[in-house]
Design a protein around this ligand. Structure first.
Ligand SMILES: CC(C)(COP(=O)(O)OP(=O)(O)OC[C@H]1O[C@@H](n2cnc3c(N)ncnc32)[C@H](O)[C@@H]1OP(=O)(O)O)[C@@H](O)C(=O)NCCC(=O)NCCS
Length: 198
């Protein structure tokens, strides 16, 4: 169940495409891994419930959420999920979340590449001014990836969530339009154009 990159939604290593109901099994398998569960902090849900949610999610053309699969460009393989949500069109802001589903693929630059593609969509297509997210203060790999994509730490929410018998803090990070504009990297649409020029 693969398809092509959507225009404006690719990086150097990965591309993003809309989530499909048929992606439910691979995503469910990723979330069965306790290492992924621990970092995402999601409550346990059955495969049937996830299936129902995906069916409903793709049925409702909700303009406030964009749900994507992250796929490797060279192998055309599904490796993760990312979403833009909480779109506030008046103030030009939205949040995002991301998971690379297979821990063996962590720290290979794929997450940063997917965030870059997503930011090109948020700023280059949706005209956002600010994209933000909250992450576990202990999740240093995630913070390093977002910093590489240009994000800045804005603050700390103390005792923001409870897991494994203890409270943890969240770190708020954000990227502003002018910071995205100043990033010295090729944009998603430039990478796509290069492929046709080659
Ligand atoms: C967070 C996530 C998307 C980042 O993607 P990734 O492909 O692993 O990240 P990247 O390789 O692009 O960048 C990670 C950077 O952190 C560094 N890093 C790894 N472990 C680290 C640690 N413990 N402390 C500090 N830096 C660390 C890596 O070396 C890399 O930097 P480098 O390229 O300069 O060497 C991915 O790891 C993931 O899905 N993790 C599980 C779910 C999760 O945590 N989601 C985020 C919730 S907010």
């Amino acid at each position: 169940m693969q398809s092509s990159p959507v225009r404006g939604l690719r990086g150097e290593l990965v591309y993003l495409r809309p989530l499909e109901p048929a992606d439910v099994d691979v995503v469910h398998r990723w979330y069965e891994d306790v290492r992924v569960q621990a970092l995402m902090g999601d409550p346990p849900i059955s495969r049937a419930d996830r299936h129902r949610r995906y069916e409903e999610a793709v049925k409702s053309a909700d303009a406030d959420v964009f749900r994507f699969m992250i796929c490797l460009l060279d192998e055309d393989r599904r490796i993760g999920r990312t979403d833009l949500f909480d779109l506030d069109r008046q103030n030009g802001s939205c949040a995002f979340g991301i998971t690379i589903g297979e821990p063996e693929l962590w720290s290979h630059g794929l997450g940063t590449d997917a965030v870059n593609a997503l930011m090109d969509f948020a700023f280059g297509q949706l005209r956002m001014e600010r994209v933000w997210l909250d992450t576990d203060a202990l999740n240093e790999r995630a913070q390093a990836a977002y910093a590489k994509a240009g994000f800045t730490q804005e603050g700390r929410f103390r005792r923001a969530f409870y897991q494994d018998g203890r409270w943890s803090d969240d770190i708020r990070m954000a990227l502003l339009r002018e910071e995205w504009e100043a990033l010295p990297r090729a944009r998603s649409w430039e990478l796509a154009a290069r492929e046709y020029e080659a």
